[in-house]
Design a protein around this ligand. Structure first.
Ligand code: NDP
Length: 328
């Protein structure tokens, strides 16, 4: 038995504390597969967990970090053996189960997805939960029958992690993508990912009318609140919006008008408890449909020791694209 480096969250008198520290092997939780973590990432939820801004962590002590990619070092699960390259996210990692900001994780083998051919562990985490959620959103729109012929797709929170990957994926699939952002200074960046139009997010942040001019066939929304309400009221007859985030709030001040008068569908996207078959599909589609050059363009690398200082930035909407965390 030894120790390994990890970002440990503890309960304090007021809120929580986060520290990079040594964690004891003996304190790892139950699981049938142990993985040497090579890469993790900073998602919005990680920002909440590390800063303690929202009660993401529900067991103490906790190791933060909701996603990882790495190599199996020990397994008693029939599917996995030492040396296998794997990726995982959600399932309570960093919330109720010791998470990914660690040199080592022990998890259930059923939580793992085999790293798709052609993706490195670093690329998998450059995608991370945010990129995989963007793919789940695209899959949901496709399942709804949307194709580029139906019209444009609007992506909100465009310069963030989910938004950046969604733009790259949708543009590669041939969609006309409208990127809604509060950072219009990032226009060049968003256009380089494939956005055809840039929309100032203020245009979507006021109170929504029940129905407004029909501007797009679909949307990927990581913002929630009045933004999602506006998206719905501006969606064309028969269109659909995938709701995956709450960067502006958890409320949804909308009406039933888009649903009952235009047949618009609101598609819920959850990455955490998503069934394994859908995960496998999302990861294999990411391996084939995401332009690696664009992925490199949206990715910045930090080390495990930078995570605590960086966590507030993502909550302030100051991170562009994706942050990949080098664990070892
Ligand atoms: P990021 O912080 O990278 O991106 C969020 C973006 O939202 C920001 O970059 C900003 O984009 C925009 N934004 C931030 N604050 C506001 C605001 N007050 N009003 C309007 N827009 C705002 O986060 P992620 O991409 O990692 O995650 C996005 C959202 O998706 C989060 O709410 C996260 O919790 C959720 N999520 C949900 C998952 C699920 O399972 N459903 C999985 C992963 C993420 P810009 O500067 O371009 O305006």
């Amino acid at each position: 038995m030894g120790t390994f480096k990890a970002i440990r969250i503890d309960k304090a008198e007021k809120g929580t504390t986060a520290a990079l520290t040594e964690f004891d092997d003996a304190d790892l939780m139950d699981g049938d597969v142990t993985v040497a973590v090579e890469w993790s990432t900073v998602n919005y939820k990680d920002g909440l967990a590390v800063t303690g801004k929202a009660p993401v962590v529900r067991r103490f002590p906790m190791i933060a970090g909701v996603d990882f990619a790495g190599t199996v070092i020990a397994s008693s699960h029939p599917l996995w053996k030492a040396g296998d390259k794997v990726v995982s996210n959600g399932w309570g990692l960093g919330e109720t189960h010791l998470g990914a900001y660690a040199e080592k994780v022990r998890v259930k083998g059923d939580w793992l997805v085999r790293l798709p051919d052609g993706l490195t562990t670093r690329e998998a985490m450059a995608i991370g939960t945010a990129g995989y959620t963007a793919m789940l959103s695209v899959l949901a729109l496709e399942k709804q029958g949307l194709t580029p012929k139906n019209g444009a797709i609007v992506v909100t929170g465009a310069a963030g992690g989910v938004g950046s990957v969604a733009i790259a994926l949708l543009s590669k699939l041939g969609f006309h993508v409208i990127a809604s952002t509060g950072r219009t200074s990032e226009e060049q960046y968003l256009r380089s990912l494939g956005a055809a139009e840039i929309l100032d997010r203020n245009e979507l942040s006021g109170p929504a009318k029940p129905l407004a001019k029909e501007l797009w066939a679909g949307g990927v929304d990581s913002v929630g609140s009045t933004t999602l309400a506006n998206l719905l009221s501006m969606t064309k007859y028969g269109g659909a919006v995938a709701a995956c985030g709450l960067a502006a709030g958890m409320d949804l001040p909308s009406s039933v008008a888009p649903f009952i008068l235009r047949g618009v569908c609101l598609l819920g996207i959850d990455s955490v408890m998503c069934p394994i078959e859908k995960r496998k599909l999302a990861w294999s589609r990411l391996a084939t449909d995401l332009d690696r050059g664009k992925l490199a363009e949206i990715t910045q690398e930090i080390s495990l020791s930078d995570v605590i200082a960086t966590a507030p930035d993502i909550l302030r909407g100051q991170v562009r694209g994706r942050l990949v965390v080098k664990i070892m």
